[in-house]
Design a protein around this ligand. Structure first.
Ligand code: Z5A
Length: 209
């Protein structure tokens, strides 16, 4: 499918500061004269939001299997890409995603240690060759990210995983970011002010290209 808008994605562990980065980038893209459509994953359509509730929910005695979690992430993504992302890109709008496929590769591939071939097959079915034009990976040490997330209130099912899960997820994120020439890593262990500056610099450099 031919698209004329750009697809930008913010990635990172919980508490990395994605929400703030989304606000800064939205403002920068609007200032450059483009219309921005914001999405989040899992979620962003009525059905995908229902899936979000399911995956974030704690089912107590019923164990959520690694396979069910993985398939639900891709089901939500299929709904969002086909109903929202691609049609808006085709109209020439820019789409700013709070998480996308890199999350599945990092959380399910790294954290849950799902076989890479299984993820590749689901990617091929769901996304074909569709990829973000630009990704900002907000890097945070898991302990610090979880501390920030806890400061905001109750932790959901995935956030309750042990530290080693988030360490594997971060390691995979860093590996993926290094392989991706369209990805910039932002160090979010700095002050909020320095993080803001780095995010602004990264988006402005992309806008100038
Ligand atoms: N998931 C998955 O497993 N597979 C997939 O394919 C996809 C997702 C798509 C979605 O949860 C969950 O689904 C997520 C991954 C999984 N689960 N986990 N665990 P979500 O969307 O509800 O949660 P999130 O994406 O992790 O959002 P978050 O916790 O809100 O993170 P954030 O947006 O990066 O954080 P924030 O709200 O911007 O900042 C958190 C707090 O930290 C806030 O009070 C800030 O003021 C503070 N903060 C931020 N930056 C700083 C700095 N630099 N210094 C000090 N304090 C700071």
């Amino acid at each position: 499918m031919h698209t004329s808008g750009k697809f930008i994605v913010i990635e990172g562990l919980e508490g990395a500061g994605k929400s703030t980065a989304v606000a800064i980038i939205t403002q920068a893209i609007c200032a450059a004269g483009y219309t921005v459509v914001n999405t989040r994953e899992p979620g962003g359509t009525a059905m995908a939001e229902a899936i979000r509730d399911i995956v974030k929910h704690d089912w107590q005695e019923e164990k959520v299997t690694v396979e069910a979690e993985l398939l639900l992430m891709y089901a939500a993504r299929a709904q969002l890409v086909q109903n929202i992302i691609l049609p808006n890109l085709k109209k020439g709008y820019w789409v700013l995603g709070d998480r996308h496929d890199m999350s599945s590769q990092a959380y399910q591939g790294g954290g849950r240690q799902v076989d890479q071939n299984m993820i590749e097959n689901l990617r091929a079915i769901t996304l074909k060759n569709f990829r973000p034009d630009f990704t900002l990976y907000m890097d945070v040490e898991p302990q610090e990210g979880l501390k920030r997330a806890k400061g905001r209130g109750e932790l959901d099912r995935i956030e309750q995983e042990d530290l080693s899960f988030f360490e594997r997820t971060r390691k995979q994120y860093l590996f993926l970011a290094e392989q991706d020439t369209n990805c910039v890593v932002i160090d979010t262990m700095q002050s909020m002010q320095s993080v803001h500056k780095d995010v602004e610099l990264a988006i402005n450099q992309f806008l100038e290209c």
